[in-house]
Design a protein around this ligand. Sequence first.
Ligand code: GLY
Ligand code: MN
Ligand code: MN
Length: 425
Amino acid sequence: MIKESEYKKRRTKLAKKLSNNSVALLFSAKAKVRSNDTNYLYRQDSNFYYLTGFKEDNACLVFLKSRKKIKTILFVQKKDAQEELWNGKRLGVVEAKKRFLFDEVRVSSDLKKSVKEFCKDKENLYFDFTKETPKIKKSVKRNFIAHYDISIFIKEMRLIKSKAEIKFIKKAIKITKKAHHNAMKFKKIGSGENELLAKIEYTFKKNGAYSDAYTSIVACGDSANTLHYISNNKDLKNKELILIDAGCEYDYYASDITRTIPVNGKFTKAQRDLYELVLDTQKKVIEMIKPKILRSDLQKKAEILLVDGMIKLGIMSGKRNKLIKKLAHKKYYPHGIGHWMGLDVHDEAPYFDKNKKEIALRENMILTIEPGIYISKDDKNVPKKFRGIGIRIEDDIQVTKRSHKNLSKKIAKSIEEVEAKSRRT
Ligand code: GLY
Ligand code: MN
Ligand code: MN
């Protein structure tokens, strides 16, 4: 559990950044229609959740700041027996007031009226401009001298994870570890990507995860060369590799793990050569992680190592630096080395400061490291044995005071470990 006092501290920290004489309005996520009258599983907006810990729909967080005094008000849906019969229990005003540390709790149906009252003598209005917000936004906006995007401050705060947040991320990774190990053990020949995916999702849910943190990728053979392959509906073919990019979300915190494993439990020589290159690159890049290092340094290192390796394997030809300069490697390694991770898998935290300077690593940031090589089955410039292979290896790393911790290091990764796990079917 993240304590109410931690949420309150976050609100106080944020409120200090707001101009005097201001109102800030932050809205909960809207329920999303899947089709006709059925919805997707509801998930709270991450910025809203970060500041409130409140998981219900139709809610609003208001900050009022004048003469340096700060007041916070949470608007929640009112209790309604009929609504709750169909859609689940609501906390309601009385319980929300008891549970949370807001100065006031009111019912959402009073929001419009209350906003008028709040806005009367204020000059500055803050919104989360990155989110869809209700009509109320338009109606109050014109009464203000200045409008600001509050999400910038929240995203900055989300860069550094607290102890409690790291605990949740570790729990998500622990469940994800089980899912990847179950995938390795799963009898794959004669089965399909979707069955393997079901095994992974089953493991997530069985172990208490709310859902996946993103739509999983289970990509056999050449499918792995489509970076966002989410159809997951082909057969698992003997002698091919399966790229599995799957991570669960545990109580709002993400994990993001990729393993690439052989269908029949054994890597071929060509698969092995490519796999060792990606793995060696990943290990060396992870080794560099410590405070003050730049993500772009990690990217450069990955590019150098991958290009050197691909030249050696006869996949690329020419001089390494020249190839990198003309972005020739992008054909085989088109994505970034990693990203922030937290409440969102691609955590909404900045990579550059307000002067456009790259933000260096700091203690308790969490990022993924995920080099890959992708060779299309139709790429005639590459030795035949490598065609149709896509490999990515991804772990979740915490920056520590002097170095780093690989939070997912217990998930089998070396060829020996993966093959050993695959044998235990
Ligand atoms: N699973 C999304 C990513 O690796 O960035
Ligand atoms: Mn990732
Ligand atoms: Mn991933």
